[in-house]
Design a protein around this ligand. Structure first.
Ligand code: 13P
Length: 258
């Protein structure tokens, strides 16, 4: 983390877990145990149907609500899709884009690029996910793969817009497996991401970009990961479903600030 230049972001990705009722239950407990007056940015990304309950439950707190996906068009005949302006109107501030689970369902870098542009235009903060598979890591093409994802996803995005994007490094082999990348492995790739951003925009933008790590992050390993200079937070799946476990990670991020 580097608090001087960029914000620390601790974001939950609930994925397809929790009903609106469970969102209310989580919210009530989370509010009760939420550490107060600290500086790290907290985001709860949740299924679209939970968003109204999430926004209501977190009202008058510093917790932001995020979506897990969106469509790039603003409105029209796109049955089942949700647009960026709809999310904004519902009180959403962040949106996860390009998660590996969505890429596995067929989402391409061209799709993600269009979504990034639409999200920025609507005033949302995108959390762009990139990461390599186990095969890619074993073949030694991790850096090349991530460079390619970033270049394609950032097509036609102006440097001043790029500054508003949060990037999450999520090695696919570490997601939901309990196999966390070591702090050194995660740092090496996050540092590489910052270098690519520097080349695509400027040193100033690269320095200001929050880069998160995601993949089996929990209360026990968060502090070590967050102690790395280029890891500015976490995107947390499993350990974000329980308020107490999630607060442990927030506390790990806050500790470093004291
Ligand atoms: P887990 O924390 O469950 O490994 O999930 C990580 C993730 O995919 C967050 O987007």
């Amino acid at each position: 983390m580097n608090h001087k230049y960029r914000k620390t972001v601790i974001a939950a990705n609930w994925k397809m877990n929790k009903t609106p009722t469970e969102t209310r239950t989580f919210g009530a407990e989370f509010r009760r145990i939420l550490p107060r007056g600290r500086w790290c940015e907290i985001v709860l990304c949740m299924p679209a149907i939970c968003i109204p309950a999430g926004v209501k439950a977190m009202r008058d707190t510093r917790v932001n609500i995020g979506a897990e996906n969106m469509y790039h068009e603003t409105f029209g005949a796109f049955t089942g899709e949700i647009s960026a302006p709809m999310l904004v109107d519902a009180g959403v501030k962040y949106v996860i884009l390009g998660h590996s689970e969505r890429r596995a369902m067929g989402e391409t870098d061209a799709d993600i690029n269009k979504k990034l542009i639409a999200a920025l235009e609507a005033g949302l903060t995108p959390i762009l996910c990139v990461g390599e598979s186990l095969e890619q890591r074993k073949s030694g093409v991790t850096f090349e793969h991530i460079t390619m994802q970033l270049k394609l996803d950032f097509q036609n995005i102006q440097p001043e817009q790029l500054r508003r994007i949060v990037v999450a490094y999520e090695p696919i082999w570490a997601i939901g497996t309990g196999l966390t990348a070591t702090p050194e492995e995660a740092e090496e790739v996050c540092q590489h991401i910052r270098t690519v951003i520097r080349k695509l925009s400027s040193a100033k933008t690269a320095r200001a970009t929050s880069i998160l790590y995601g993949g089996s992050m929990n209360g026990d390993n968060a502090a070590q990961l967050l102690a790395q200079p280029d890891i500015d937070g976490g995107l947390i799946g499993g350990a974000s479903l329980d308020p107490e476990k999630f607060v442990k990670i927030i506390n790990a991020a806050n500790q470093d600030a004291e």
